[in-house]
Design a protein. Structure first.
Length: 319
């Protein structure tokens, strides 16, 4: 007898803040998580693997930037995003809850909202779930082909489709996050100086950005948290110390490389932060703002229950 395939949890109706695990969450943009969307202009990069970004109006307001996410198989996330875990997670759903790019962004932006520090990145307003008609219309805009969402009796979904749907995603709506429309320009000297200060502040709030290359900044502000680990996060709990240090150094080095480029293109008017350069030159032990030090339980309505969930439900422990 063949067992039924694993499927991700259905999203609740009415919508709730996501993802549904202990830690920060992002609320829907509207009470129904749906809206009238006019897709105006594609803003992203053609080689983006996680999402499409469009200039839109929503319910007649805006313009906004709408980041629309592709689906990722849980096993892909386990191998490519969570490969450094010292202990595997207890079930496939958890890999999606903690490592899926949409959920990573929800958690980072949820923390910024809770801490009233939305100034540290381009502001996000909430998430939206596309209707089947909006999903099909957007595919038509991008590909020129009419590709309706799969029906309940459609053939097996193997990921070879526009949104990357596998069988585990059957029936799930396409997800998107509404953000401010950022100016697509390089930073001026004042904005550039703030990038390093912002990153340190993000770390102090338990947000490990990981991906700090120049393509993730606009006007000196981060616009992308699709790889971020935000406490509580199992990767910040069960990762080898050396691996974490290497990832942190890589994050800092990416920002430092961006500063070097800005210095060259600005004729020296944008300075490279000396302390960032020192950290990347072998003094990482002097860094103070480790994301793992953040007290995430202070936001939980029942801290004991949240702590017990992490201890008992997240990891696949040996019997």
């Amino acid at each position: 007898m063949t067992s039924s395939p694993f499927r991700l949890a259905r999203l609740p109706s009415p919508p709730v803040p996501l993802p549904r695990v202990p830690g920060p969450r992002l609320a829907p943009f509207t009470p129904s998580a749906q809206a009238d969307i006019e897709f105006i202009e594609f803003l992203g990069r053609k080689n983006d693997k996680d999402s499409l970004v469009w200039k839109v109006t929503i319910n007649g307001a805006g313009p906004f930037a709408l980041k629309v996410f592709f689906f990722r198989h849980w096993d892909f996330l386990r191998e490519n995003q969570a490969g450094d875990l010292a202990t595997p997670l207890a079930n496939p759903q958890l890999y999606v809850d903690y490592f899926d790019p949409f959920n990573c962004e929800c958690r980072a932006y949820g923390r910024l909202k809770a801490e009233k520090r939305e100034d540290l990145a381009v502001k996000a307003h909430g998430y939206i779930l596309l209707t089947p008609q909006q999903e099909a219309g957007l595919v038509q805009r991008v590909t020129g082909r009419s590709t309706p969402p799969p029906s309940a009796d459609a053939h097996n979904l193997d990921g070879v489709n526009f949104w990357g749907r596998h069988e585990q995603h059957r029936g799930l709506p396409v997800r998107a996050i509404v953000k401010d429309l950022a100016a697509g320009t390089g930073p001026n000297p004042a904005q550039a100086q703030g990038m390093w200060l912002d990153l340190q502040a993000l770390h102090s709030l338990g947000i490990f950005v990981i991906d700090t290359h120049l393509g993730n900044y606009m006007g000196g502000k981060l616009v992308d948290f699709s790889r971020a680990w935000t406490t509580y996060h199992p990767a910040l709990d069960e990762i080898y110390v050396r691996t974490f240090q290497d990832l942190l150094l890589g994050e800092l080095q990416s920002l430092l490389d961006y500063y070097y480029e800005l210095t060259n293109t600005s004729g020296g008017s944008i300075a490279v932060p000396e302390d960032l350069e020192a950290l990347c030159s072998g003094h990482l032990d002097q860094y103070q703002n480790f994301p793992t030090a953040y007290d995430w339980l202070k936001w939980e309505m029942n801290a004991d229950v949240a702590a017990a969930y992490v201890e008992q439900k997240v990891f696949k422990r040996a019997a």
